[in-house]
Design a protein around this ligand. Structure first.
Ligand SMILES: *[C@@H]1O[C@H](CO)[C@@H](O)[C@H](O)[C@H]1NC(C)=O
Ligand SMILES: *[C@@H]1O[C@H](CO)[C@@H](O)[C@H](O)[C@H]1NC(C)=O
Length: 478
């Protein structure tokens, strides 16, 4: 409490600064209007009061507390969208009596602090706990953010003291990791892994008598994951180190995949086999592909689960813009999350055997990969993004589109005409060189919003790998 006054100035956001009241003011009488404005102002001011506006003193004064901070830029649209959600998060955390303090920092005004915390894009949501900084990368909704904050701020390992507790928790978590046994080197390892992977999942511990009777453990201590209606036991010799096993096992065997899931799956390095379907279409084509994938996920787990994640995706918009392709639903596609390549079946997938054959072809290298993260693909991405921007501008406002793109095009064509009709000797080479230089520059400028220099300083950066393929995914997700 004491540090509050020093660490952060509370500043209620002036409601006049944001004319986002959904009510049509003109349609109301004067007095009512005033009253309404007062109510809105009060509501906004009181919500905003639970979010502390942080400045440079934050760095010194935050140490004793756990902080959930939104690093924003005043000009960024996604940040503006997050603001009302953030105010609600602040209010609810306060009402819950959470020890986590909620703040926001204008990362452009306090850029040296922001970059010390590893802020690269806006908005960036981080939970700061001692020397650790945890990145939030899930959907920006109130409930998801609060769940994240409670999980990461709470105890690393949560004990399950009774059978009743175990059953209760198992119903609530589709994937549940439990350490079974007393103190041991494995437990130390488990705690160490938890301190990193708590951004993704919960970690529990229990004694053997709390667990269901059908469970047979080859030895104690053990780490067990309960999911997909069964359980799997970690085996050091077969499964490699605990951290990568947990990272692989933290998803259900079969998932409904969306942009966020795909982005998260990038951390596992798995190939993702999905049926791209229309969930609302009950025609047999759609349901068949889905159940084929479900069957392979279940019946061939032992063969494929190390390398593959299975699921389906509703609609083809996302996948088409990710792959820059034109897939028609229903279809099956396998994505390599490590390098942005993807595989399409060369013939109709009629049954489970066809699918297994397809997967085996991918594994033995006989299936032909498309896409990827090479230079050509990156250029294609730039062109593709530019094209989508142009199309969307024309769609929303054809006149503006003509003006924005027509005018420069006209100028450029006149210039080209001038260059071409002028003395061509040597001129072409020079022109080529300029073009090449331009495209080089475009490549390095790509994604500049995300590429502010990162200076981690002494803060351990968790969950924010430098994996290139995620930049692409992230761009789509935004
Ligand atoms: C369902 O999918 C089939 C193709 O698999 C398509 O011909 C049909 O029009 C779709 N139905 C609806 C309602 O979209
Ligand atoms: C997926 O990408 C990684 C990284 O480039 C590569 O090592 C691996 O062989 C690829 N997998 C397949 C099945 O192509």
């Amino acid at each position: 409490m004491r540090s509050e006054g020093r660490s952060a100035r509370r500043r209620a956001v002036s409601p006049s600064g944001r004319a986002r009241s959904p009510v049509n003011m003109a349609a109301m009488g004067g007095r009512q209007q005033c009253l309404w404005a007062a109510v809105v102002a009060l509501a906004l001011a009181s919500e905003a009061a639970f979010v502390e506006d942080l400045d440079e003193s934050f760095k010194e004064n935050r140490k004793d507390d756990i902080w959930l901070v939104d690093f924003y830029a005043p000009w960024c649209g996604h940040c503006k969208k997050l603001e009302p959600v953030w105010n609600e998060v602040g209010m609810e955390m306060k009402n819950m009596g959470s020890p986590v303090k909620v703040g926001k920092m204008d990362a452009t005004s306090f850029s040296s602090i922001a970059s010390e915390f590893g802020v690269r894009g806006y908005p960036t949501i981080k939970l700061l706990k001692g020397d650790l900084a945890y990145n939030y990368r899930g959907p920006r909704t109130k409930d998801d953010i609060i769940e994240f904050a409670n999980r990461v701020a709470g105890p690393l390992i949560r004990p399950l003291p009774s059978q009743h507790m175990f059953e209760h928790v198992r119903k609530r978590h589709r994937v549940l990791f439990v350490y079974v046994g007393g103190e041991s080197p494995l437990k130390e390892k488990y705690i160490e892994v938890a301190s990193e992977l708590i951004v993704y999942t919960y970690f529990f511990s229990a004694s053997e008598d709390v667990l269901p009777e059908y469970l047979t453990l080859p030895e104690l201590p053990a780490v067990v994951v309960f999911k997909d209606g069964t359980y799997f036991v970690y085996d050091e010799y077969e499964d490699g180190d605990l951290s990568s096993w947990i990272n692989r096992e933290r998803f259900q065997g079969y998932l409904t995949v969306d942009g966020f899931t795909l982005y998260e799956l990038g951390d596992t390095g798995k190939l993702v086999a999905i049926a791209v379907i229309d969930d609302k279409n009950s025609s047999v084509e759609h349901t068949r592909l889905k159940s084929i994938i479900q069957e392979v996920a279940r019946d061939y787990r032992d063969h494929f689960h190390r390398d593959f994640q299975f699921g389906h995706m509703d609609g083809n918009d996302y996948i088409n813009s990710l792959l820059m392709d034109d897939l028609t639903i229903p279809t099956i596609v396998v994505l390599n999350t490590s390098n942005q390549q993807y595989f399409l079946p060369d013939r109709h997938i009629e049954n489970t055997e066809d699918m297994v054959q397809f997967i085996n072809n991918i594994l033995d290298g006989t299936a032909e990969a498309q896409g990827g993260d090479g230079v050509l693909q990156r250029i294609k991405r730039i062109v593709y993004d530019a094209k989508s921007t142009v199309v969307s501008v024309f769609k929303s406002s054809p006149l503006l589109g003509c003006f924005l793109f027509g005018l420069p095009l006209g100028v450029i064509s006149i210039m080209c005409y001038g260059i071409c009709t002028a003395d061509t000797d040597g001129g072409v080479d020079e022109h080529e060189a300029v073009k090449k230089e331009n495209s080089d520059r475009e490549l390095t400028d790509d994604g500049s919003e995300e590429e502010q220099e990162e200076e981690n300083g002494k803060y351990t950066e968790l969950s924010d790998g430098e994996l290139k393929q995620k930049d692409l995914l992230e761009k789509k997700k935004d």
